[in-house]
Design a protein around this ligand. Structure first.
Ligand code: C5J
Length: 220
């Protein structure tokens, strides 16, 4: 067991039972012309974390620990896209529409892809998810339980939407969750800090938060 400096108290890392979950580091959320921008967001804010997410992924790979990636996306026929989700907001492009990087958030389209700098390595699991949470309508829980994984380290975007939703789902399923502060971002700085605070409040009611350098030291 290694101890990682974390909030609200140190995180006891079990190297035999931990995985990194990288949430939705897709072009559609981080590049101009994608879904995030079409909703009126400044995507440059979230793109800034890419080097730190890369360091975290490389740290896990170097330590021989599993890395799992998620992608928010839908089937080309939109059969897994609830009308309420498609019609929400006032984006220039709705999910499924043809945008500058192909059809918005549709599996296989260029804009839906994970950023090339953070591309999954051969053998790493990629979870395609139609919801905000990575456990909803996916085999993620089954895959983790098959590998006896009980601790999840989180990175990705956006902090208060898909990252937080997945952490809450994981918490309810019995996983210990740790969010790496420099490796997650929101379009809204106040939402990021509120999410970090609410995750670790009340004695880690959802999980822990830690700094990248401390996590890298803990897994090395
Ligand atoms: C959003 C996500 N923000 N990956 N998706 O709709 O957080």
């Amino acid at each position: 067991m290694a101890e990682i400096k974390a909030e609200p108290f140190p995180f006891r890392l079990d190297r035999d039972a931990v995985a990194l979950i990288v949430i939705d580091m897709q072009r559609d959320f981080t590049e101009e012309g994608g879904f995030g921008e079409s909703l009126g967001n400044d995507v440059a804010r979230v793109a800034k974390i890419v080097p730190d997410v890369k360091r975290l992924i490389e740290g896990f790979r170097a330590a021989g620990l599993p890395v799992i990636h998620t992608m928010e996306c839908h089937r080309p026929d939109l059969s897994d896209l609830p009308r309420a989700k498609r019609e929400r907001g006032r984006p220039h492009f709705r999910i499924g529409d043809e945008g500058p990087m192909g059809r918005i958030l549709i599996a296989g389209e260029p804009g839906t892809a994970i950023l090339p700098e953070l591309a999954p390595a051969v053998g790493e699991t990629v979870i395609e998810k139609p919801g905000k949470g990575a456990f909803y309508a996916t085999p993620l829980d089954y895959i983790l339980k098959e590998r006896d994984i009980g601790q999840l380290v989180f990175a990705g975007v956006t902090t208060e939407v898909c990252v937080q939703t997945t952490m809450r789902e994981a918490n309810d399923r019995g996983y210990e969750c740790l969010l790496v502060e420099e490796a997650t971002e929101s379009y809204f700085p106040e939402f990021k800090s509120a999410t970090l605070a609410m995750i670790r409040a009340q004695g880690a009611i959802v999980g822990w938060t830690a700094h990248l350098a401390d996590v890298l030291r803990g897994i090395a």
